[in-house]
Design a protein around this ligand. Structure first.
Ligand code: PEP
Ligand code: MN
Length: 371
């Protein structure tokens, strides 16, 4: 699936022409002074073009700080007037949209707990119909690419052209070093499905801790993301929400200075030729892999036929355990990770089972017709 949406390129809606485009500011607006002091410091960083601050905060448990509400919008308006930065906040229902537009907020983002719900996304899209405002759609909390795509489509259908997506990671039951799992294949797939859609990474909500911000930001740049949204605060340790993941404006400046920005393609045509040759070699190997898979599946089908004729079940777990443990050992000696071998062999096994099932079911249909 590839969707051709009518989108405006990122450099047309922002003041910063070069990558990365940076949005920064506190997780939550707390006081007028905190908002303005943070903004004044951020305005001195050349990459920062948009100031962020949550006004209405979706909190997991009741009793946590739930945001200052509409009065914080006045503070954002002041940030815009005093620093020249564009301003942004999260909207989670139509009332938020109307309030934010009333105060001239330039960019609205739809949070992960909202993009998961098509009813609410549609309500927001209806409130935005025909409005010229920038909108970013965060990924839903669960790794569902269709839900994310659908949320972007709903907003685009309302006529929003300055539209982008934010990758903020995905919830998991298991505890990992990150607060939210990056699942990098998700934003890559979204980008493939919707060419021209700007993608911005949110290392703050992926990391959950300031110590991983740099590595996540660098990875996003290496994957050619358009920008970063990073939470910053004049006094991060005492922030009223997400204290562990916020950094000072100076910390942000340092992080941006250390980022290595690679180009999408080399300028020198000779290097492009070399890259082209290497890619041709990769294409040949991919072709070989496909042919090998085709051959492997043909054998699986013959085995399926044999099992059918001799009344043997498709799944024989001891045989499978043997295959996978042998492959893991061999793979390790070839520099292939256990995780990779495990997932690739599971996928091959599943495809093999599907082919064998097809052999059995084809016969079943014949039997049904006969019966
Ligand atoms: C936020 O950006 O402060 C926020 C609540 O983000 P998310 O929707 O990604 O949790
Ligand atoms: Mn936050």
């Amino acid at each position: 699936m590839v969707l051709q949406l009518d989108l405006s390129p990122l450099d047309k809606w922002l003041k910063v022409a070069s990558r990365p485009f940076v949005i920064s500011g506190p997780c939550s607006a707390e006081t007028e002074d905190q908002v303005l002091e943070t903004a004044v410091q951020l305005a001195k960083i050349k990459e920062v073009s948009v100031f962020r601050a949550g006004i209405w905060k979706p909190r997991t448990r009741p009793g946590s700080f739930e945001g200052v509400g509409s009065r914080g919008l006045r503070w954002l308006k002041k940030v815009k007037e005093e620093t020249g930065l564009l301003v942004s906040t999260e909207v989670a229902n139509e009332k938020h949209v109307y309030e934010a537009l009333k105060y001239g907020i330039d960019l609205l983002w739809i949070g992960a707990r909202t993009s998961v719900n098509p009813f609410t996304v549609q309500e927001i899209a209806d409130a935005l119909d025909g409005v010229d405002v920038m909108v970013l759609v965060k990924n839903p909390i669960n790794p569902d690419i269709d839900l994310w795509t659908g949320a972007v489509e709903r907003i685009a259908a309302a006529g929003i052209k300055k539209l982008g997506a934010v990758h903020r990671g995905f919830s998991t039951y298991e505890k990992t070093i990150y607060r939210n799992q990056p699942n990098w294949q998700m934003p890559i797939e979204l980008h493939r499905r919707i060419p021209g859609l700007p993608i911005i990474c949110d290392p703050s909500h992926i990391s959950g801790s300031r110590k991983y911000l740099f590595e996540i930001s660098q990875k996003a740049m290496d994957l050619n993301f358009d920008g970063l949204i990073i939470e910053s605060h004049i006094d991060p340790d005492n922030a009223w929400s997400d204290a562990a993941q916020q950094i000072t404006p100076d910390g942000l400046k340092e992080l941006l200075k250390n980022l290595v920005l690679r180009h999408e393609r080399p300028d020198d045509p000779r290097l492009l030729d070399l890259l082209g040759e290497l890619r041709q070699q990769i294409d040949v190997f991919d072709e070989n892999l496909l042919e090998l898979m085709e051959k492997r599946m043909k054998i699986a089908e013959t085995i399926g036929q044999f099992k059918k004729e001799n009344n043997i079940t498709i799944l024989q777990s001891t045989r499978w355990d043997e295959i996978i443990s042998k492959a893991v050992i061999k793979g390790e000696s070839k520099g292939l990770s256990q995780e990779f071998i495990d997932s690739i062999f599971k996928a091959i096994h599943q495809e093999s089972i599907n082919h064998q099932m097809k052999v059995l079911n084809d016969d079943k249909q014949v039997e049904e017709i006969k019966g």
